[in-house]
Every structure is written in structure tokens, then in C-alpha cells.
Ligand binder design. Structure first.
Ligand SMILES: O=CC(=O)O
Length: 305
């Protein structure tokens, strides 16, 4: 991968290959490490940080940093960096892909063509006409860079767009003061909120129930935002019509009860997986690492640290 080549050429890179560092490196090697490159969703707590006595920077590949214990990092004066906005367009595109694929039942439709059983599609309850995009009420939960790009894309599809986020912005979309109010109003809920303790399981049975029997939920944020059990129940008993999911509570795994359902479209956390967003994320990583080793503040530091 180009990122590894670039990083190897500029820095001495020790790769854990996804294993716990203690299993791969000697105490001597661990004690020499000054910066760590990680995926923001991977758990990185105080205990893990303490394996690296000289650690001065944690650089997340991607926009998320929910796995990093920011308080523990701050307590040790470890800078935390990420790639803000670098993959926003590609994540927003996956949100749209999942929404369209889910609401138009495209995977089910695809099977009718492949099997040659075209006529049967006319009888299938799964293939009954669905609401189209013009005039559809799309609720965006979270108005960061990804939320804004989703909203703009939905507006271009002639949908009505509403949003809920902690802050009300000067935007041409209807603002709702709570997630409950947004869920009562919309028929498709697009989850684009930053994950963390505050948002754990906020999309629960109550919120799903508010979307109604023609409602859909699309999640491109983190699996932790939805209560996955409540989602399985809502999809099974048809409290909602369907879901599009790029993220799961326990990646890399999606529960069997979820994958057995025909009214869900899945992706294996590939929201940011386009060439352009990889290049943009790599540039942020390299800029952060370069600045750190030059003794400068990280240009893409996580703001709340
Ligand atoms: O999951 C992807 C990211 O955090 O950017």
C-alpha cells in the first residue's frame, strides 16, 4: 500500500499486524516507540498507552478517535491527531448508496434478475413500490462534515432535509431540538454523529419506533450509536421497514440475527474506502507525524484534547 511505502520511507515503522503490541515486540522495542498510528475506532486505553513509556503522539488513520481514551492521553501529555473531513465525501456517498439500495430493495431485485425469475418479482411483497426520494423526509443526526455532505446530497435528490445536532447551524435545513423530534418527523434517519460515551445506544427501540413502519435507518458512523438488539427486533417485527449499515457494534462481526434479515443492506465498514479519501487521510497522517517528530503541534490535532 502506498501509505505504508511513504510512512516506511520517512519513519521507522514497526507493524503489530493487528496483534497486541506486547505479543509482537520486546519491552526494549516498546520503550523506544514515540508515536503510534492506529484506527480511531480501535480501543486504546491508559493501560495500552503505558506499554509505551516514550509515547508522545497517537495518530488516528481516519476521522474517528472514539477508541482513544483522550483523558488518559491528556494526562500523559500525549498529542492525539486524526484526519478531519478527509473521507467525508466518500462516507457520505456510502450513506446515499446504502439508503438507495435499502429503500429500493436493490439486493432483492438483483437476485430476481440473476435467477431468471423476473416474473416472481412482481408478486414479491419485498418488491412493492416504495416512497421515492423527492419530497421524502430525511433526518440527519450529526451535522459535522459528513452530516453536511449527506444533507447536500439528499437536497440534490429533492428530499426534505431536517437535522438534529448539539449545535444549531445557519443551514438551509430544518433544525430539530432533539433526536426524538427528528425521528418523529423523518422517514429515513441517517446517522452521522461522532461516536463516544454520550452517543452510545442513543438510537434505541424508542427512536426506531418513532420512524414508523415505513421508516429506515442508515448508519455510517459507528455501530455503538445504535442498540443492535433493538434494531434486530425492530426489523424483525417490522416496526421499521429496513436498514443500511456500514458499521457494527462488534466489528469485524455482524450478528447472525441481523445478517439473516432480507430488509437490510450491509457493507463491511468501507465508508472511507475510496482512493481519494485514502490519499487525503495519508496526507493528514504524514503531516501529523512529521510535525510531531519536528517538535511542532499536530496540524490535525483532536480539538478536545
Ligand atoms: O471509520 C472511519 C473513520 O474513522 O474515518
Amino acid at each position: 500500500m502506498a501509505d505504508k511505502v511513504l510512512i516506511y520511507s520517512r519513519f521507522e515503522l514497526l507493524d503489530t499486524g493487528g496483534k497486541p503490541p506486547r505479543e509482537v515486540f520486546s519491552a526494549d522495542e516498546l520503550s523506544g516507540i514515540r508515536a503510534m498510528l492506529t484506527a480511531g475506532g480501535s480501543p486504546l486505553g491508559a493501560e495500552a498507552m503505558d506499554l509505551f513509556p516514550k509515547l508522545g503522539a497517537i495518530v488516528c488513520y481516519g476521522t474517528g478517535y472514539d477508541g482513544v481514551d483522550l483523558k488518559a492521553a491528556a494526562a500523559r501529555n500525549i498529542a492525539v491527531g486524526h484526519s478531519p473531513g478527509a473521507n467525508a465525501a466518500s462516507v457520505a456517498d456510502i450513506a446515499m448508496t446504502l439508503m438507495l439500495a435499502t429503500t429500493r430493495r436493490i439486493l432483492v431485485a438483483d437476485q430476481y434478475v440473476r435467477s431468471g425469475d423476473w416474473a416472481a418479482s412482481k408478486q414479491s411483497p419485498m418488491m412493492r413500490p416504495q416512497a421515492g426520494m423527492p419530497g421524502r423526509r430525511i433526518g440527519v443526526y450529526g451535522m459535522g462534515e459528513i452530516g453536511r455532505k449527506i444533507a447536500a446530497r439528499c437536497a440534490a435528490f429533492e428530499s426534505e432535509v431536517g437535522y438534529f445536532s448539539r449545535t444549531k447551524y445557519d443551514l438551509p435545513y430544518q433544525y430539530f431540538p432533539s433526536l426524538e423530534a427528528l425521528a418523529d418527523w423523518c422517514s429515513v434517519l441517517m446517522i452521522a454523529v461522532r461516536a463516544g460515551g454520550e452517543t452510545q445506544h442513543v438510537v434505541n427501540a424508542d427512536i426506531l419506533g418513532r420512524l414508523g413502519a415505513d421508516g429506515y435507518v442508515v448508519n455510517i458512523s459507528r455501530g455503538s450509536v445504535i442498540d443492535e438488539r433493538a434494531l434486530v427486533a425492530a426489523l424483525t417485527d417490522k416496526t421499521i421497514a429496513g436498514a443500511g449499515l456500514d458499521v457494527f457494534e462488534k466489528e469485524p462481526h455482524a450478528p447472525d440475527a441481523l445478517t439473516a434479515l432480507p430488509n437490510v443492506v450491509f457493507a463491511p465498514h468501507i465508508g472511507g474506502h475510496t482512493l481519494d479519501s485514502h490519499v487525503a487521510m495519508q496526507n493528514c497522517v504524514l503531516a501529523n507525524l512529521t510535525a510531531f517528530f519536528e517538535g511542532k503541534p499536530l496540524p490535525y490535532a483532536v480539538k478536545s484534547v
